[in-house]
Structures are given as C-alpha cells and as structure tokens.
Write a protein that binds this ligand. Structure first.
Ligand SMILES: NC(=O)C1=CN([C@@H]2O[C@H](COP(=O)(O)OP(=O)(O)OC[C@H]3O[C@@H](n4cnc5c(N)ncnc54)[C@H](OP(=O)(O)O)[C@@H]3O)[C@@H](O)[C@H]2O)C=CC1
Ligand SMILES: O=C1O[C@H](COP(=O)(O)O)[C@@H](O)[C@H](O)[C@H]1O
Length: 539
C-alpha cells in the first residue's frame, strides 16, 4: 500500500491509503522469476563487523517481512573464531531488533533458531567440508530434492581471502545438481581490488571458478531507494527528458558526507582511502553481475545512473551495457581537478602510520566526452569527519537567459535527490515572494518521502540486494566490465596519490573539508545559493 495526501478545506493534510500501482511488465522485463526450494545462506566472516551490523540485520528484516520462509531457509555462519551456535546468536542479537518491541521479539527468537555456526579456516578443505555437511543435513531435513536446493555464499570477509574461499566453495560446497532450478551463488563485498591490475587479477581468479552469472558484486548504494528510483525518474517523466543535457545543466554534484571518522577501521581505511572506499565504486557505477559482488562504492555507480542513455529495455544486461558506455566516455582526471584532504587526528589511530597521506576527503571532477555531457562537470565529493552526514545528487541548471527579474544572484534552479538521511527530492526554484511587492525568492517543490509515504517503510539497501541475489536479479550488481572501466578511470590518479605526488590537505574535523575544495567547485562553475537552506519537513 502507498499513502497519498490531499489537502482538506481545513488546511489539514489527509492521508489516504491506496493500493500500490504496480507495473507487472517491469517485473517481467527485469527478468526475475519466482524461485522456491530449500535455501541455505552461508555468511562467511560471520564473526565480523559487516556481518553483525548489516548482513544479519538485513536477513532478519527479510525474515520478518516473510521473504525468507522458515520452512525453506537455514542460515549458516562461518569463520575461524571458535563460537557455539548460541554465542553467535548472542553476538548479533543486539543488532537485529529493538529489544522492547514485543512483536519483533517473537520473530527474533524464530529467526535466531534458523542460525547455525561452523568454525573453520578459509584455506583448508576440512572446514568447508563440515560446512557442506551442515548444509546437506539441512537440505535433507527439509526433504529437498538435490536439484532444487539453492546455496548462497555471502563473503563478509577481507578481499585478500576471496580467492581461497571461492576455491573452497567450488571444491567442497557446490549445490550438487541444478536440474530442478537449484543454484550456487557468491556475493562479494567491496573493495574489489586496489587498482586496475589487482581487480583484474581477482576477477580472473574468481572467474576461473564461477560463471559471471553466479557472481554478485555488491555496491550497497545501488540498493538505496532513491538510487533505484533514478531510472524511473529520468525515463518515465516528460519533465526531465528534454532538460537532461548540456544545453540546460550547468553542473552535477554527487556528494557523500559523514560526520564521523574511520572509527576503529583505520587499518583497513589507510590501505584504501576515500577514493577506493567511496568514490570509485558507490558514487561512480551503478551495477555489475551473478558472482554477487557486494561493493559499497556509491559515487561511480550513482554517476552512471545520472549520465547514462536510455537502455533499450529494463533487462539487467541492457541497463548495464549503458552504464559501461558512459564510463568509457569519461576522460582522464587531471590533478588540477582534484582536492584531497585528511582530517586532523586521523593519524592518532595506532593502526595508521604517522606519515600517512591517505585521503579521508576528496573532491574530483569527471568529464564525460559525449554529445549529451560535453562541458558539464560531474563533481564527486566524499569525506569523513565532516560537519554533516548526507548523500545527495545535485543537478544545477544554467541561468535563465534574458532574466528580467535579475534574480540569478539568489540562486539557480537545482534538482536535488537526497539519498540519505530523510530521503527526498526537491526542486529549488524562484517564485514571487508572497505579498504586495513584486519580489522574487528561492523556494522549493518538495517530495519528502517521510511525509509523502507515511507508514511505508523504506527497505535497507542490503535487504533489497540480498533479496535480489535470491531472486537471481543482477541488475543492481556490478558486472566485471563495469568494474574494469571504473578502475581504469581512477587507477592513474590513485597511483599518483600512493606515490605521494598528490598531497592531502589537513582539515579540521567537523568542518566542510579543505577550503580548496570549495574553490575548485566555484572554478568548475558551481554557484552556491546563499541565504537559503532546505529543511526536511517534519510531520
Ligand atoms: N564493516 C563495514 O561497515 C563494511 C564492510 N565492507 C566490506 O565487507 C567486508 C568485511 O568487512 P568487515 O566485516 O568490516 O571486516 P572484519 O575485519 O570485521 O572481518 C570479517 C571477518 O573476517 C575475518 N578476518 C579478518 N581479517 C582477516 C584476515 N586478514 N584474514 C582472514 N580472515 C580475516 C575475521 O573472522 P575470523 O577471524 O573469525 O575468521 C573477521 O571477523 C570487507 O570486504 C569490507 O571492505 C563493506 C562495507 C561496509
Ligand atoms: O562502504 C562504505 O559505506 C559506508 C557508508 O554507508 P552508508 O550506507 O551508511 O552511507 C562507509 O561508512 C564506509 O566507510 C564504506 O566502507
């Protein structure tokens, strides 16, 4: 159900519930078919941070909402740490649910009973044979015929162990036959490699073991509600079609900000930095293939969805083809269009070297050499320990030609897609200031989800993507060629940073980042609206 609002005579908002307007042709086109049969989900690295904070909570939410049928599903945790089933359950319990919610408490207890833990190393057959036996016992207990059972392996592990783990799965844990629709799929987290060469090497190692259709490279930004809305927004609305090009758009910004630092992940982060952690993946691309690579790199993925041409259909391969094309049109990044920063205090983490140049902030401009986007800067900005937490896409339009109101100084039209928090889309526009005088003022047309879709819970990105992997829908995952082009764009810059040729400028935690980044934006043509700020409406 969706909620719709209408303004009543009293000036009160009345919230009306109507059935969701579902377009079944979309479901058919996207190629996912319903599947049934025994489902075993193995979370490898179950003792870790991602597993407890994201993977198990997403599985629990799917279970609670009826997407994981207790008559078919079993969940296995696997890691080296020695734990009993009960100890694993105790570790994750607090992350799954609001303990005071009685309704959820009952579901929680049922969910936890579906979880079994197997301990073993990542590079020896013995542990994986035990995992296979545990899975087989479950399949037998459910009377599942061999050919229909489904096995999903979620690698919540550091990428360094992906090759050996994939080899062990292939040797010991594959679904024995697939003649009744059964399958084995692998979900892989980001970062998938450190540069073009290492990513390609990893792709080849895994590619020798699994078909692309079995690999799901996750980028959880592709699972965010408003990222998923991009195609609909762009291609189902007459408003946008004629405007979405270099004739009307001055610049595009894709921004990721966090108001906290690396918080205990300093060792990992220092090896990768903000470009590999956020920009090269989340902000840039928007999907790659059936080993499921769960990557969390939002910038590149988001850029693809903003800049790509209309796909010939909604089939995952058609969408991913368009994404690859737009990435292939990105020209090499120049050092003049990059500002790096590192927050003061970052090196206090004992796992970070005292002389680290690793950026915790970066603004970089990408230029797309094609008919639609020539001359339009795509500004990708990501930073940790800044003054706010948000992720958004900001499309700034050109000034109105022959402006009789002389209002350009107040601000340009902007279309903003707020991915998080407080999901929203709003259009900043100039209107007449209400009153007797003819004065203009900045205002907005606002679609705030919290207000517009009251009572509709927006799924977590991981929930949606795990469900897609179960359904076999690869649309929102990263295909190998997409990953390759994404690395091609950033590898030369990353190598220059690694060699210390591009320096990170210190910035104060809780600030906007280095002032040089704002100067770069201004140079690129971004005009900030002064004296106006959008405030998410409260109910
Ligand atoms: N944490 C997060 O918020 C996010 C993480 N990711 C990605 O998800 C994956 C897992 O991340 P996260 O859970 O934070 O990682 P952790 O460091 O918590 O590692 C997960 C588990 O892997 C095992 N492990 C850790 N280091 C090694 C090693 N060097 N060799 C072998 N096994 C090791 C440990 O289990 P044991 O010792 O018991 O075997 C650990 O519990 C990574 O690829 C990460 O980049 C992506 C997005 C967000
Ligand atoms: O992939 C990652 O994403 C998180 C931010 O995810 P979000 O969904 O909370 O926006 C980021 O903190 C982390 O550094 C990165 O690895």
């Amino acid at each position: 159900m969706l909620t719709f609002e209408c303004k009543m005579g009293s000036g009160q908002w009345h919230v009306e519930r109507r059935s969701t307007l579902r377009n079944d042709s979309f479901v058919k086109e996207s190629g996912s078919a319903p599947e049934t049969g025994c489902l075993s989900i193995a979370v490898l690295g179950a003792s870790g941070d991602l597993a407890k904070k994201k993977t198990f909570p997403a599985l629990f939410n799917l279970f609670r909402q009826g997407f994981l049928n207790p008559d078919e599903v079993h969940i296995f945790g696997y890691a080296r740490t020695k734990l009993s089933d009960e100890e694993l359950r105790d570790r994750i319990r607090g992350y799954l649910v609001d303990q005071k919610n009685a309704e959820q408490a009952e579901a929680l207890s049922k969910f936890l009973h579906l979880i079994k833990y197997v301990s073993g190393p990542y590079d020896s057959e013995e542990g994986f044979q035990r995992l296979d036996r545990a899975i087989s016992e479950h399949e037998i207990s459910k009377n599942s015929s061999e050919g229909s059972s489904r096995r999903l392996f979620y690698l919540a592990l550091p990428p360094s162990v992906y090759p050996s783990v994939c080899k062990m799965i292939k040797t010991c844990c594959m679904n024995k036959c697939t003649d009744l629709g059964g399958w084995t799929r692998i979900v892989v987290e980001k970062p998938f490699g450190k540069d073009l060469e290492s990513a390609e090497q990893l792709s080849s190692q895994i590619g020798e073991l699994f078909d692309e259709s079995q690999i799901y490279r996750i980028d959880h930004y592709l699972g965010k509600e408003l990222v998923q809305n991009m195609l609909v927004l762009r291609f189902a609305n007459r408003f946008f079609l004629p405007l979405w090009n270099r004739d009307n758009i001055e610049n595009v910004q894709i921004v990721f900000r966090e108001d906290f630092g690396t918080e205990g992940r300093g060792g990992y982060f220092d090896e990768y930095g903000i470009i590999r952690d956020i920009i090269q993946n989340h902000l840039l691309q928007a999907s790659v293939s059936e080993i499921i690579f769960m990557t969390t790199e939002p910038s590149i993925k988001v850029l693809c969805l903003v800049a790509m041409e209309k796909p010939i259909s909604l089939k995952p391969e058609h969408i991913r083809d368009e994404k690859v094309k737009v990435l292939q049109s990105v020209v090499p990044i120049t050092d003049e269009e990059v500002v790096l920063g590192q927050y003061e205090g970052y090196r206090d983490d004992p796992t970070v070297p005292d002389d680290s140049n690793t950026p915790t902030f970066a603004t970089t401009i990408l230029r797309i050499h094609n008919e639609r986007w020539e001359g339009v800067p795509f500004i990708l900005k990501a930073g940790k320990a800044l003054n706010s937490r948000k992720a958004e896409i900001r499309i700034q339009f050109k000034d109105v030609p022959g402006d009789i109101f002389r209002c350009t100084k107040q601000g340009r039209n902007e279309f903003v897609i707020r991915l998080q928090p407080s999901e929203a889309m709003y259009m900043k526009l100039t209107v007449k200031q209400p009153g007797l005088e003819m004065q203009t003022v900045q205002s907005e047309l606002d679609l705030s989800y919290g207000q517009r879709y009251q009572g509709v819970s927006i799924p977590e990105a991981y929930e949606r993507l795990i469900l897609d992997t179960i359904k076999g829908d690869q649309q929102h995952f990263v295909r190998r060629d997409e990953l390759k082009v994404a690395w091609e764009i950033f590898t030369p810059l990353l190598h220059r940073i690694d060699k210390g040729e591009v320096k990170s400028i210190p910035y104060e935690p809780g600030s906007r980042g280095p002032k040089e980044a704002d100067q770069l934006l201004e140079k690129a043509g971004y005009l900030q609206t002064h004296g106006y700020i959008w405030i998410p409406p409260t109910l």
